[in-house]
Write a protein that binds this ligand. Structure first.
Ligand code: EPU
Length: 336
């Protein structure tokens, strides 16, 4: 293993921020974790774990050992009448894993096609899209706990999954490196077509296959979301806010076309992108960043983005949303 010093993480984060890690190492085998642990102890530095870097906003300097997770491989772990279980290493690219599960004739992850990042990142923020959240298919998350130098496995309920949240985002799991995620996937189609664009696309098609849905999702995402290869970004920059009936009816007076989803607990989820759009932020720039012209929920790097501009743009959006609409927007990516 090669431990590097003062390593630039620009190519390893999809927002393409310049960020220097005090120390850096690539993890290719689980067995190497003990040596990495020893290095961190010997140099008296904390650790930070980097997967696909697609949901991260990095500081200019990181006084830690950054571990780039390159763990690969997957294995069958069980079979039941209606399902097959697969454990996948955390460093595998998420979209490749989705495509390989579809290739093996399995169903469940098709609505989550083309989400950037790794398999290990999926449970952390409980990725979701087009009516499906990944926690519906996760049975176990295994990882290495740098605090105790041991391997630990969590069952689905222990992961405490919520909308774009899990126990892995809490301080207690800051030093937990997810090594493997186990999924229980379906042998038979159970298409989720609740999202309007999918419902329309397949209204007349019998026997919709996982591949058909994945292809449609890919098409929608490519149309709406900027490609990280050409326009650096971290996907949705804010979470969709949850609010009460009073706020919804106030906002409806102002915006009759307000997008509102009623939740099981009687609260309401609004579309942050629509609100930011209504406030006139689509295409608006601040220094080196802008809110994307085709989807106001996504902040983009205009070239050489600086953290100070990212933070200022975040403040501008949050302040306007709060003062003009009475809605507090929470950021969605993780700020290191
Ligand atoms: N809208 C606007 N203007 C905009 C953006 C959106 O009016 O600039 C409206 C849309 O027309 C639509 C509504 O807002 O009626 C919702 O927009 P969209 O369907 O594009 O989805 P979203 O709520 O913006 C969420 C997730 C995405 C996920 C899509 C599809 C969050 C924060 N975002 O976006 O997840 O792909 O639904 O399910 O929950 C991510 O987490 O990084 C992400 C991309």
């Amino acid at each position: 293993m090669k431990f590097e010093s003062n390593y630039n993480l620009r190519s390893l984060n999809t927002f393409k921020l310049n960020s220097q890690a005090r120390f850096f190492v690539e993890l290719n085998r689980v067995e190497d974790l003990h040596e990495i642990y020893d290095f961190a102890m010997a140099n008296n530095v904390s650790i930070r774990i980097l997967g696909g870097g697609s949901n991260l906003i990095l500081p200019e300097h990181i006084e830690a050992l950054v571990i780039k997770n390159n763990l690969t491989g997957s294995r069958f772990t069980g079979e039941e009448t209606r399902s097959i279980s697969i454990a996948c290493a955390s460093g595998v690219n998420w979209h490749s894993f989705v495509l390989s599960s579809i290739g093996q004739g399995l169903f469940g992850l098709e609505n989550l096609a083309l989400i950037p990042g790794t398999v290990g990142g999926a449970p952390i923020q409980n990725i979701g899209a087009y009516g499906v959240e990944v926690n519906q298919f996760i049975t176990k998350v295994t990882g290495y706990d740098f605090d105790t130098n041991t391997i630990k496995a969590l069952t689905n309920p222990e992961c405490q999954f919520e909308y774009r949240h899990s126990i892995f985002k809490t301080p207690a799991y800051k030093n937990f490196l997810i090594t493997e995620v186990e999924f229980k996937l379906l042998k038979h189609a159970q298409p989720v077509l609740s999202y309007a664009e999918l419902a329309q696309a397949f209204a007349r098609q019998p026997n919709v296959q996982a591949r058909d849905i994945a292809n449609k999702v890919i098409q929608i995402r490519q149309r709406k979301l900027p490609d990280v290869q050409t326009i650096p970004n971290v996907g949705s920059f804010f979470k969709n806010p949850i609010t009460n009936a009073q706020t919804v009816s106030n906002l409806k007076v102002k915006f009759p076309d307000l997008v509102v989803h009623t939740l099981a607990d009687g609260q309401f989820k609004l579309a942050a992108g629509q609100l930011i759009d209504k406030l006139g932020f689509k295409g608006r720039r601040h220094g080196t960043v802008a809110m994307y012209e085709k989807q106001a929920l996504v902040m983009i790097n205009l070239g050489e983005a600086r953290l100070i501009d990212v933070k200022k743009m975040t403040d501008l959006v949050q302040q306007e949303c709060l003062t003009q609409l009475g809605i507090l927007l929470e950021t969605e990516p993780i700020f290191w």
